[in-house]
Write a protein that binds this ligand. Structure first.
Ligand SMILES: *Cc1c(COP(=O)(O)O)cnc(C)c1O
Ligand code: SF4
Length: 368
C-alpha cells in the first residue's frame, strides 16, 4: 500500500468521529450521512482554522443540507447526455469519461452528489464500454477523465485507462480533472508524475476554492505535475461564505498563478439538492469578475460560467463593458469605470444583406 492510500484510510468518515471532531450533534451527522456521503482527509481537516470558515463550509456536513429541497438531483441532465454508462457526450468534439465513483473528501456542494461514493453508479466494468464508445466516435478529439476523482484509482489502473484512450488514433488531447492536489496532495508522487508524462499531450485541471488551500504540500504536488510538462488549469466553484468576496477570490487566483496553475473557470454553484446554503447570487459573481479584470494580471482572470440547468452546457457571463454601439462608434467603460470611444470602420453606402441570424451583442443600448 502506498503512503497516500494509508493516509486516505485514516480519513474522517464515521459519524461519531465527525461529530466529535467538529462539535456537531451526532444525530444530525447520522441523518446527513444516510443521504450524502461524508469523508474528510486528515490533511484537509488540518487546514480548517475556525468553525464555519471557508474550508469548513466546503467539507463539514451541515444540517441545512437536509432542510433544502429546492435544488435538483441531476440539474445538468448529465444522465440524459450519457450514451453509455460512464460517458457524458454533450459537446461536438469532446466527452467526459467518468472512471471513478469516489473522492478523497466529499464536497458539500458537489454537483454529482447523487453519484459520488455510490459504486453502482460509476462501475469499473463500464470503463471498457466507455473506451469502446470513444473508439467508435471519430468526432471525439478530447477526453476529459473525471469522476468522482480519477486519482482515487491506483497508478496501475489509471495508466490502463490513459493507455487505452491514448491508443485511439482520433484522440488529440486528454485531460484529467482532480481535486487530489487540494484534498490529498500526497497522492501526487514522483512515480505518478513519471507515469503521466508518458501520455502527453495531457492536461490536468485541479480544483481549489480558497487561498488557504494553497499550502506547501499542495504546492509541491502542483510543481511535480508542472515539472512533468503538464499544463495546469483550475476550476473554482463560487460558494457563499467561502470565496464570494472579491479580495478572497483575487488572492486565490494570484496564489494559483504563483504555483503555475492557470485559472480556467469560476462556476456559479449548480442548482443541486441540499446545497442552497452554499449558493450565492449571479450579481456577486459578476462583481467578482469586475474586481479581477484590469485590477490584476489577465492570466489571473478565468471565465465565469453557469452550467445551464437542463443540459445547455457552460455559458460564460461577462460584466457589461459595452455602453453603446452604432455605425460611428463604440462606447465602452474600462475596468476603472471610465468611458472610452472607439471609431467604427466606415460602412459602404450600399448595405449588405443582413445575415440570416442576427448577431447578438452583450449591451443595453439600441441596435445599430
Ligand atoms: C465541462 C464539460 C466539458 C468540457 O468543457 P470545456 O469548456 O471544453 O472545458 C465537456 N463535456 C461536458 C459534459 C462538460 O460538462
Ligand atoms: S472532488 Fe469533485 S466530484 Fe468529488 S465531491 Fe468534490 S466536487 Fe464532487
Amino acid at each position: 500500500m502506498d503512503d497516500w492510500q494509508r493516509l486516505l484510510q485514516g480519513s474522517l468518515r464515521k459519524p461519531e468521529e465527525i461529530a466529535q471532531r467538529f462539535g456537531l450533534e451526532l444525530e444530525d451527522v447520522r441523518r446527513i450521512a444516510r443521504v450524502f456521503k461524508i469523508q474528510i482527509t486528515p490533511y484537509y481537516a488540518s487546514l480548517i482554522k475556525n468553525r464555519g470558515d471557508g474550508l469548513w463550509r466546503q467539507m463539514v456536513p451541515d444540517p441545512a443540507e437536509l432542510r433544502e429541497h429546492t435544488g435538483e438531483a441531476d440539474p445538468l441532465l448529465e444522465d440524459e447526455d450519457s450514451p453509455v454508462p460512464g460517458i457524458v457526450h454533450r459537446y461536438p468534439d469532446r466527452v467526459l469519461f467518468l472512471v471513478s465513483h469516489s473522492c478523497a473528501s466529499y464536497c458539500r456542494f458537489c454537483t454529482r452528489k447523487r453519484h459520488v461514493g455510490d459504486p453502482s453508479k460509476i462501475n469499473p466494468r463500464y470503463i471498457e464500454g466507455g473506451l469502446e464508445y470513444i473508439r467508435n466516435h471519430r468526432e471525439v478529439r478530447d477526453v476529459i477523465i473525471s469522476g468522482g476523482d480519477p486519482l482515487m484509482l491506483n497508478d496501475r489502473r489509471l495508466e490502463e485507462i490513459l493507455k487505452g484512450v491514448r491508443a485511439v488514433p482520433h484522440i488529440e488531447i486528454m485531460r484529467i480533472g482532480t481535486r487530489m492536489p487540494c484534498v490529498l496532495p500526497q497522492r501526487v508522487t514522483e512515480k505518478l508524475a513519471a507515469m503521466l508524462r508518458k501520455y502527453h499531450p495531457l492536461y490536468v485541471n485541479v480544483h481549489f476554492n480558497h487561498p488557504d488551500e494553497i499550502t506547501p504540500e499542495s504546492s509541491r504536488a502542483l510543481n511535480l505535475l508542472a515539472d512533468a510538462g503538464i499544463p495546469l488549469g483550475n476550476q473554482t466553484v463560487l460558494l457563499k461564505g467561502v470565496n464570494d468576496d472579491p479580495l478572497v477570490m483575487r488572492g486565490l487566483m494570484q496564489k494559483l498563478l504563483a504555483v503555475r496553475v492557470r485559472p480556467y473557470y469560476i462556476y456559479q454553484a449548480d442548482y443541486v439538492n441540499g446545497t442552497e446554503h452554499l449558493r450565492t447570487t449571479v450579481e456577486k459573481g459578476l462583481e467578482i469578475m469586475d474586481a479581477l479584470r484590469g485590477w490584476t494580471s489577465g492570466l489571473a482572470v478565468p471565465y465565469y460560467c453557469i452550467d445551464a440547468p437542463g443540459g445547455g452546457g457552460k455559458i460564460p457571463l461577462i460584466p457589461n463593458y459595452l455602453q453603446s454601439i452604432n455605425a460611428e462608434q463604440v462606447v465602452m467603460r474600462n475596468y476603472a469605470g471610465e468611458l472610452y470611444a472607439y471609431p467604427q470602420v466606415k460602412q459602404k453606402a450600399k448595405r449588405k444583406p443582413r445575415p440570416a441570424v442576427a448577431p447578438c451583442f452583450n449591451f443595453d443600448g439600441p441596435m445599430p
